[in-house]
Design a binder for this molecule. Sequence first.
Ligand SMILES: NC(=O)c1ccc[n+]([C@@H]2O[C@H](COP(=O)([O-])OP(=O)(O)OC[C@H]3O[C@@H](n4cnc5c(N)ncnc54)[C@H](O)[C@@H]3O)[C@@H](O)[C@H]2O)c1
Length: 380
Amino acid sequence: MKKKLNIGLIGYGFMGRTHSNAYHQVKHFFDVPYDPVLKVVCGLVEEEAKAFADKWEYKSYVTDWHKVIEDENIDVVEICVPNNMHAEIAIAAAKAGKAICCEKPLALNVSQAEQMVKAVEEAGVPNLVSFNYRRVPAVTLAKMLIDEGRLGKIFHYRANFLQDWTISTEVPQGGMGTWRLDVKAAGSGVTGDLLAHCIDTAMWHNGPITDVSAMTETFVKERMHTETGKVEPVGIDDACTFICHYDNGSLGNFESSRYARGHKALYTFEINGEKASIAWDLHDLHRLSYFDHSDESIVRGWRSVHVTDSDMPYMDKWWVPGLQIGYEHSFVHQAAEFLQSLADGKPASPNFREGLATQYVCDAVLKSAKNKKWETVKKA
Ligand SMILES: NC(=O)c1ccc[n+]([C@@H]2O[C@H](COP(=O)([O-])OP(=O)(O)OC[C@H]3O[C@@H](n4cnc5c(N)ncnc54)[C@H](O)[C@@H]3O)[C@@H](O)[C@H]2O)c1
């Protein structure tokens, strides 16, 4: 029988559901070294925490996250709460010797992220940041193709993450559901919420970003604050565009907005190399577009690879060729690799230090937009 591994989940919202689903699914599809047990869930409202525990089969529920950390039976803490709470919980969990999986962005700002890295490294506890898009099979396939040298020298890596849900001036800031619009809870707007994903994936694919030049805009300058009941200034960036250089000499171009009418979660990237190009689109996440210049010219063109064959990343664990998987599976892959890393004693990736590298880019982006100058990115 496999050793049981007790999971404590903090936050039962959107991410609380994806992480719980992942731990339910993972042992059925992956040969994982542990049997994960959903031991305790923590959330703010008692009846909601109880209902969540019943629905997702947690053994217990609490409303104070300190109880999860103090519980000696908990092996892994999953941090799925708003960004302003990540640091305090992660640092306490590290001191208590727990393995930690923290949602992105790692922290509210660079200073908190640096303290989190120090805490996990001093305590020597396993740590992972939930940049789950790396684990979409088509995105992982892109990494494989780049690492095999199929693209040759890379010239361009561009990415967009577009939404449209905050266009109405009636959308409030703060509180449940709309904490992302409150700078005190989120740290930043689209930069930390959406571009952090694009930056993590871009640096995984194409290496470190060295410097950035950015602009941001806050289209709606004041919104009702749910907690105070008053109309207050909005401190987040509603839209952000930046250009950058990578260490390898290529150029980057990134855009994110919550004001792109018609787009719900359009994360796309395109990579252009000397020999080939790759493009990917979250709305069609099981496909990878690929252009190979070495093809005979009469049949050369963009091909759409259906990422379902068993020799493609992760796909041997799921159904038969031709049958695709979706968004939630990226979290199952994350859980599988995290559990394996715990058994192997090897760091999972992206760890907190890699999360800090992304935080440094976000910080440089926000500084550049404010100062209207190029900013150098600190190395993590
Ligand atoms: N990896 C991804 O693709 C992805 C997607 C969405 C969100 N996120 C990240 O996940 C985190 C949570 O986002 P979400 O969309 O799940 O938010 P959400 O608003 O859906 O859920 C937040 C949860 O935090 C809980 N919470 C708030 N304050 C608390 C407190 N003091 N004690 C205990 N629980 C508390 C709430 O009860 C709620 O269950 C954020 O850091 C966000 O950036 C990541």
